[in-house]
Structures are given as structure tokens and as C-alpha cells.
Design a protein around this ligand. Structure first.
Ligand code: 0A1
Ligand code: ZN
Length: 896
């Protein structure tokens, strides 16, 4: 394949409006896996605001048969991936019809972009630039048209024919074929186009909205999967109700469809009225899905549904504005899940989980070679910018806006945003301006230009806090300083607007009122809005030095540096009224013990990294009568190896792994009786329901079992591994069954060798469960380098295929991206495996290959010999001449 010379960067500053508009599109498909014929008839007109120029349409891997302008043959040329029409005779001022006939080969489409086939069913994926793989088009989000789509296909093989909008006609054709005609009344960019054709069945639900309008909701799956659609349908109904109630945003379509496919590059896609989902985020029943799966389905169904307003009704002007829809929609799905938690403790758990993702995935991105602002300035391949920065950091930026204008003020801002921009393609600036304009008296309105640095400056700010208590004046001052390290292309940064949730505790743990020097009492919860490089706050009427609780609720996506004493952290862990900081105090204690050992050069074999105070604190949390199981599980989970690595300038992954494992096994042994107590206390959760409370109990029970099996490894106890095996066999739901299996596998117990084949045999026809089976083994704790050979073996398993993204992720990504202790080998064999897989995958699916390529993003921080070996592996990949732009961009940035 010829790929060289295509890789040119696109810059945000170069944006110009399109030279032509497309008002209507009529598409007609003759669906055939080997050769699908596409007739595309567009009503177009020149954009009078742009100098007259040739019409350039994007197209990729298409066979062009015919081009007609106003029904007449027209002259055209092909330049690279563009169809160019220089002269459009007689149409200079007005509108014209352009008809294009092309064919494409869906069965050969392994990239899963454009029109592809999965399990004999046709699907499309058009975001970001997939529509050009279906027909020649102005494939950019600011060109919005209304679509009429006719699908024709063999009726026996493809009984269900779906596209966006409303079904307006259908019927039989000759030769056993049939057709369906769909009309989408809403103007949309091409990336929201979709079609599906195949043998599918659906769960249906009719609902009446508040305004009395009736809607048909459908969840389409393969026959046999219908018993796994109830939760997705409930999640969809809950999403519809929530968006009406919280933001006054109704469902605007008569019909809303979700279709599941097992071959999908991402989680799901918000095509107008026809969401296409990875099966992972639709299918669930208690026998096959875990509590985490249930929670993910709820939030992804919500996410795609919420895009109907934030993304579809108001879309992005260009792909640099991607976070306009993604950051906002992640914020919305997070709020949805939070609002569904009735209990404050469950809300805290959800917030902690979201922050954990941000800190273990986005913070490293923001500190590495792929760092980019929430609104990037340039890219080579847009597919590489569907990142945790655009999504999760983007959501934090929206969250800070809500903090600055208040919950009601934010809702007003959203209303104004949709009033102003409905039906348009707009920018991040437009969004921020609308939120500020709806709240003219707010801090956001006052600070808007500075606040928008969150969109333009990359990197995670560090906020250093220093406290000083003055006994004579009974006052406490807190000096805050912010800095942000350079990122690629941005050497210096201006100060950010940083909302900092703040409280003070007395040494006995009680909450102290916040009194400022002028004598006024600040109402709780208090948020200080930091704007300068350095600022000092003073609080008075304090009898002793207080314990500061800073960045409550993780009020901004920053690293907080404060030199807490162990005693202060223990006070926060035991008493802070802010659940986030309570959890954070436990994490800080664990990080501290780990880092001291990791960064030193003492021999660590047989070491016990945790001190008694920490262990006793963990015991109190575990045995606490009032804390929820889910919260306990979070507190007792040690910081991940990835998070620990981020705290170090020079990373020795094996030392990190060894220290963390030592901590885990120390906790297992020291708390053995308490784990047993927890297992007995929480182990029976009754009839299965995936609600936060009982999920939390299962999570804690699973952790207890895993710790008890780990302790058994040292003590030689056979009882707990035996109980784990029993639970594995008898469990009434996948969460308990999988946790029991994982306990055996992660402790390296011989019973795992019996349980694994049994699990495979039980679920050999359940692809999503097999993914878990593969992932568990590829992600297992390394013992003497045993994981890499196991992974190579798994790739030879008859159920393995690199072509299926879920399966590739379950083996290759679970090893390379999620198992640092096994991947970073002194003999560099992990990196060799990685480079082979990146190259192999690139020939199949560049998007997935480029994600895998990112596993070595942080190679520059590695200690020797890892650093040199990782670099060599990157160089080996970069040396390939026919790499995709996707992988090329990632490895060149890594090596720059
Ligand atoms: N907009 C989708 C994410 C998505 C992006 C690209 C895709 O192409 C393979 C697929 C999905 C979302 O945010 O859910
Ligand atoms: Zn999204």
C-alpha cells in the first residue's frame, strides 16, 4: 500500500469555511459484502462567503464509476484522495445536483471505518473521517445536510435494514431482494450517518415523553442475545428521563435505535437515532456480566444518548473542537451516574473512580510525548486524538465551570447554549461564552479569558501548598503556588484559574469553621478560586494548628503537593467529612511508603513496606461500622503501579512491581482475620442486583477472597483457596464467579489450572466472557517471567483473533498496556513482542495499532536497561516504511 508523503499536520489556525454547502443527500445502497454499489445524489451550492474555487471532495478506497452534474457527464480529476471538479458549468451562482456512483468492498474492510461487515451484518462507522470511505463527500463536521437513504439487499440474508431517522417506505424487490427507505429530518454532518443491515432481533419499548409525544425505543442484537438487553434498555429509558429532568432536553425523534456489534474500534457511536455499540457496552445478564460491566453499560448508553443534544443538535465546527462534544458529554454521563446514586457515599465512590481514571491515564498522557491541550492546535491523524485528555480532562474543565457558576447556573448556561446554537457547528469558545453569559455575575464570567487557558495549555498544573500556624495571632496561613511543566510545543504556561475546595480540621478530627482575617465566616463547602502564580489565604480564631483538607472532591485536575505528616493524613483518613479527601489521605500514606522504598537502593527482597499505623488505619476502615463496602474497597486498594510510576522521575518498573506486591502481601497477612471477617460479613449479597450498594459488597468480598488466597500462598493454608474454588463453581453471578477465579489466578494457586479450563468450557460461546478469560491470564501477576510465554500461547488459541479489536485488547493490550510488571522485562522480550504486534496490527487496523503503540509513551522516564531497550523497539517500528499515519504519528512523537 502506498502511504508515504501523506502525513502532513493540520492546524487549527488554518480553519476556513467550506467553499460549498451540501443541503440534501440522497443515498442509495445495493448492499453486497464483496462489492457494494453506492449512488450519492447531492444538492449543493457555493458558499458565497468564500472565494470561488474548485470543488474538492474526499474519498478513500473507493472505485469511482460515474460523476454527473445536473444530470450531465462532467469532467473531473482525482488528486490523491480527492475528487476535483474545476469547472461547474453554468452553476456559478446557484445550486446544482451532483451525482456520484462508486463501489466499495465492505468484506475486505478490516479497519472497521466506513462500511464493514461483522458476523454477516453490515455496519458503518463514520466518525471522524469514515464517510469518505463510503462515498466522495465534503467529509467535515461543519457541512450539515439532511439525508434520505435507500437500502437494498437480499431479504433472507439481511432482513433488517436500518438507517438514521424514520422509516418512510419498505417492500420487496426482484430476485429475493428487498428495500427500506429512511429519512432523517435533522440536518447532520456526515460523521453521524449510519446504516445497519443483517439478521438482527430487537427488544422494543414504547414510551411517552413529558410533552405527550410517543417514542419507539429499540435495542438490536444477534438472535440469541435478546436475554442480555434488558439493562441497556433500562439505561436508555433512565437517560431519556434524566436529560429532560436535569437539563430540559427531550428526545427529538420518533424512533431511537441501539445496535450492537462485536467488531468495533471504540466503545460506541452516537449516529443520529441509530447508535452503534460495541457489544461490550450493551449485552449483560447476571451470568455473563460483572457489576463493572453493568455500570459501564449504564454510562455508555447514557453517553451516546446525551450526544443527541451535545454533539448532534449542536456539533463541532472542526475536529479541533472535539472536546466541545466529548468533554461535555463525559461530564453529562458522569453527572447522570452520580444522580442515579441515591446515597452520598455511592456518589463519592463514583467520583473517586472517575478521578482514578483521570490520574492513571490522563496525567501520564499530559506528561508524555502525546500531551496536547483539550483543544489541540494541530494533528496528523485525528483518530489519535480521541484521548483521555479530550474526554476526561475535557469533562473536568466543564465540571470546573459548573463549580464556578453553581449547579443551577450551569443548567441556565446549557439552556442558553442550546438556544443560541441549535442546528449549528460551533467551537469550545462558543460553549464557554454561553455558560458565562448566562451567569454574568459569576466568577466564570469575570475570569473567562484566563479560565479558557484550560482549553489552550496542555500539561497538569502542580499546586504546592505550604501551611503556617502562628500561635500568637491564632491564625493559619496557607500559601498556594501553581506551576505547569513544559509540554511539546509549549515551553511556558500562564497561571490557570483553579477552584480549590478547602476545609480545616482540628487535630481531633472535628470540622473547624473557616473565618477570614476580616472576621467573616466562610460558608461551607468553601471553594477558593486561585488565579495567580502564588496566593496566600489566612484563617483566624484557631486555637491550634489545623489539618488542611485541600482540593476537596478533586475540585480541579491538578497535582496537589503538600507535605502532610503521617499524623495529619491519619486524621484526614479517619475524620474528613469530604469522602474524596478521606480516600486520598489513605492513598498518600501508601504512596509515601512505596516511594521511599522504590526510590532508595536498599535490597527489597522480603521487605515489609507498610508501617503499623497504616495497617491499623486500614483495619479500622475495613471494620468500620458506618462506612459502605464500596468505599472500603477503594480505600484498601493500593495505588496502581502506573500511578506510582507517575510519582517518580526515574522509573524502575520491576522495583515498583516488587514493592507493590510486597505491600499487597503484607496487608493480606496482617489483616488475615479481618479479611476473613469481611468475607463472612459481606459475602452473601442475596438475589443479584447490580446496584451500587450490593456491587460494593461484592467488590469488597472479592478483594477479601483475593487477599485470603494471597496470604495462603505464604502460610500454606488450603482452606481459603478451596473456598475460592467452591465459590467459583457455585457462584450465582459473573461478578462473584470471576472474582473467585481471579483470586486463584492472581495468587498463583494450583487450583487456577483447574478453574481456567472449566471457565472456558462453561462460556465457550460467549465472546465477551472469553474476552475476560483471555484478559485475566494476560494481565496476571508475573512470576519469574511466566506471563509473556503464556501470552504467546494464548495468541495461538483457536478462539484468538487479532482482527477482532475486543479480543486483541483482551490479550495484547492487557499485557502491554495493563501489566507493567510482566511487560517491562530486563531481557526486553516484552518490547519485542510489542513491536511485532504494533506492526502486525497496523496492517489490519491502524487505529487499534496506534493505541497499542502508545504503550511505550513514557519510555524516556524508564531506568536502564528498560529505557534503551524501549527506545530500540520504537526505532524498529519507526523504521518500517509503510506505516499508517496513525502509528507513524505516535512513534515519531515518542522518539522526538
Ligand atoms: N463519538 C464516540 C466515540 C467514537 C469515535 C470514533 C469512532 O471510530 C471508530 C468510534 C466512536 C463517543 O464518544 O462515544
Ligand atoms: Zn462521546
Amino acid at each position: 500500500m502506498y502511504r508515504e508523503g501523506q502525513a502532513t499536520a493540520i492546524h487549527r489556525a488554518d480553519y476556513t469555511a467550506p467553499a460549498f454547502w451540501i443541503d440534501t443527500v440522497e443515498l442509495c445502497f445495493d448492499l453486497d459484502p464483496a462489492k457494494t454499489r453506492v449512488l450519492n445524489k447531492m444538492r449543493m451550492r457555493r458558499n458565497p462567503d468564500v472565494p470561488a474555487q474548485a470543488l474538492r471532495l474526499d474519498g478513500e478506497e473507493l472505485n469511482l464509476a460515474r460523476v454527473l452534474v445536473n444530470g450531465q457527464g462532467a469532467s473531473f480529476k482525482i488528486e490523491g484522495n480527492q475528487l476535483v471538479l474545476e469547472s461547474l458549468p453554468g452553476v456559478e451562482d446557484g445550486a446544482f445536483d451532483l451525482e456520484i456512483f462508486t463501489t466499495c468492498a465492505p468484506a475486505k474492510n478490516t479497519k472497521l471505518m466506513g462500511l464493514f461487515v461483522s458476523n454477516d451484518t453490515f455496519f458503518t462507522q463514520c466518525e471522524a473521517e469514515g464517510f469518505r470511505r463510503i462515498t466522495y463527500f465534503l467529509d467535515r463536521p461543519d457541512v450539515m445536510a439532511t439525508y434520505t437513504v435507500t437500502l437494498r439487499a437480499d431479504k433472507a440474508k439481511y432482513p433488517v435494514l436500518l438507517s438514521n431517522g424514520n422509516l418512510v417506505d419498505h417492500g420487496p424487490l426482484d430476485d429475493g431482494r428487498h428495500f427500506a427507505k429512511w429519512e432523517d429530518p435533522f440536518r447532520k454532518p456526515s460523521y453521524l450517518f449510519a446504516l445497519v443491515a443483517g439478521q438482527l432481533v430487537s427488544r422494543e419499548q414504547r414510551i411517552s415523553a413529558r410533552n405527550g409525544k410517543d417514542h419507539l425505543l429499540q435495542v438490536f442484537v444477534r438472535p440469541g442475545d435478546l436475554d442480555k438487553t434488558e439493562h441497556a434498555m433500562h439505561s436508555l429509558m433512565a437517560s431519556i428521563a434524566w436529560d429532560e429532568a436535569r437539563f430540559g432536553l427531550p428526545l427529538d425523534l420518533e424512533r431511537f435505535m441501539i445496535v450492537a456489534t462485536s467488531d468495533f474500534n471504540m466503545g460506541a457511536m452516537e449516529n443520529k437515532g441509530l447508535n452503534i455499540f460495541n457489544t461490550k457496552y450493551v449485552l449483560a445478564n447476571q451470568a455473563t456480566a460483572t457489576d463493572t460491566d453493568y455500570a459501564n453499560i449504564e454510562s455508555v448508553v447514557g453517553h451516546e444518548y446525551f450526544h443527541n443534544w451535545s454533539g448532534n443538535r449542536v456539533t463541532c465546527r472542526d475536529w479541533f473542537q472535539l472536546s466541545l462534544k466529548e468533554g461535555l458529554t463525559v461530564f453529562r454521563d458522569q453527572e447522570f451516574s452520580l444522580d442515579l446514586c441515591r446515597d452520598p457515599s455511592a456518589k463519592a465512590v463514583k467520583r473517586i473512580e472517575d478521578v482514578r481514571v483521570l490520574r492513571t491515564a490522563q496525567f501520564p498522557e499530559d506528561a508524555g510525548p502525546m500531551a496536547h491541550p483539550v483543544r489541540p492546535d494541530s494533528y496528523i491523524e485525528i483518530n489519535n486524538f480521541y484521548t483521555v485528555t479530550i474526554y476526561e480532562k475535557g469533562a473536568e474543565v466543564v465540571r470546573m465551570m459548573q463549580t464556578l457558576v453553581g449547579r443551577d447556573g450551569f443548567a441556565k448556561g446549557m439552556t442558553l447554549y442550546f438556544e443560541r446554537f441549535d442546528g449549528q457547528a460551533v467551537t469550545c469558545d462558543d460553549f464557554a461564552q454561553a455558560i458565562a453569559d448566562a451567569n454574568p455575575q459569576s466568577e466564570l464570567a469575570r475570569l473567562l479569558p484566563q479560565f479558557k487557558r484550560w482549553y489552550s495549555q496542555a500539561g497538569t498544573p502542580r499546586v504546592q501548598a505550604v501551611g503556617h500556624y502562628d500561635a500568637a495571632s491564632r491564625s493559619y496561613s496557607l500559601t498556594l503556588s501553581q506551576t505547569c511543566a513544559p509540554t511539546p510545543g509549549q515551553a511556558t504556561k500562564e497561571p490557570f484559574v483553579i477552584p480549590i475546595g478547602l476545609g480545616l480540621l482540628a487535630q481531633d478530627g472535628s470540622a473547624l469553621p473557616l473565618q477570614s482575617a476580616d472576621g467573616s465566616t466562610l460558608s461551607a463547602p468553601y471553594t477558593f478560586v486561585m488565579t495567580e502564580a502564588t496566593q496566600t489565604l489566612t484563617f483566624v480564631n484557631l486555637d491550634a494548628e489545623p489539618v488542611p483538607s485541600i482540593l476537596r472532591g478533586f475540585s480541579a485536575p491538578v497535582v496537589l503537593v503538600y507535605d502532610y505528616t503521617d499524623a495529619q493524613l491519619l486524621t484526614l483518613l479517619a475524620f474528613d467529612t469530604d469522602a474524596f479527601n478521606r480516600w486520598e489521605a489513605g492513598q498518600r500514606l501508601a504512596v509515601r511508603s512505596a516511594i521511599t522504598l522504590i526510590a532508595g537502593d536498599a535490597d527489597i527482597s522480603g521487605v515489609k513496606p507498610l508501617n503499623d499505623a497504616y495497617i491499623e488505619a486500614m483495619r479500622s476502615v475495613l471494620r468500620h461500622p458506618d462506612l459502605d463496602a464500596a468505599f472500603k474497597e477503594l480505600v484498601l486498594t493500593l495505588p496502581s503501579e502506573t500511578y506510582l510510576a507517575e510519582q517518580l522521575n526515574v522509573v524502575d518498573p520491576q522495583r515498583i512491581h516488587a514493592v507493590r506486591e510486597a505491600m499487597r502481601s503484607q496487608l493480606a497477612q496482617a489483616l488475615a482475620n479481618d479479611w476473613a471477617w469481611a468475607y463472612e460479613t459481606y459475602g452473601d449479597t442475596g438475589a443479584y442486583r447490580p446496584d451500587p450498594l450490593s456491587s460494593g459488597r461484592r467488590a469488597l468480598t472479592g478483594m477479601a477472597l483475593s487477599q485470603l488466597c494471597l496470604a495462603a500462598q505464604t502460610s500454606g493454608d488450603v482452606v481459603w483457596p478451596g473456598k475460592a474454588y467452591q465459590r467459583f463453581k457455585d457462584a450465582g453471578n459473573m461478578t462473584d464467579r470471576f472474582n473467585a477465579l481471579a483470586a486463584l489466578v492472581s495468587s498463583g494457586h494450583p487450583l487456577a489450572a483447574q478453574a481456567l479450563p472449566r471457565f472456558h468450557a462453561l462460556f465457550k460461546d460467549e465472546a465477551l466472557v472469553l474476552d475476560k478469560w483471555f484478559a485475566l491470564q494476560a494481565g496476571a501477576t508475573d512470576r519469574d517471567g511466566n506471563i509473556l510465554p503464556a501470552v504467546r500461547q494464548l495468541m495461538k488459541h483457536p478462539d484468538f483473533s487479532l482482527r477482532n479489536p475486543n479480543r486483541a485488547r483482551s490479550v495484547v493490550f492487557s499485557y502491554c498496556s495493563a501489566n507493567p510488571g510482566a511487560f517491562h522485562r530486563r531481557d526486553a522480550a516484552g518490547y519485542v513482542f510489542w513491536s511485532e504486534r504494533v506492526i502486525e496490527l497496523d496492517g489490519i487496523n491502524p487505529q487499534v495499532a496506534a493505541r497499542l503503540a502508545r504503550a511505550l509513551d513514557r519510555w524516556k522516564n524508564l531506568a536502564e536497561p528498560y529505557r534503551s531497550a524501549a527506545r530500540e523497539a520504537l526505532v524498529r517500528v519507526a523504521a518500517k516504511t509503510d506505516l499508517s499515519n496513525d502509528v507513524r504519528e505516535v512513534v515519531s512523537r515518542a522518539l522526538a
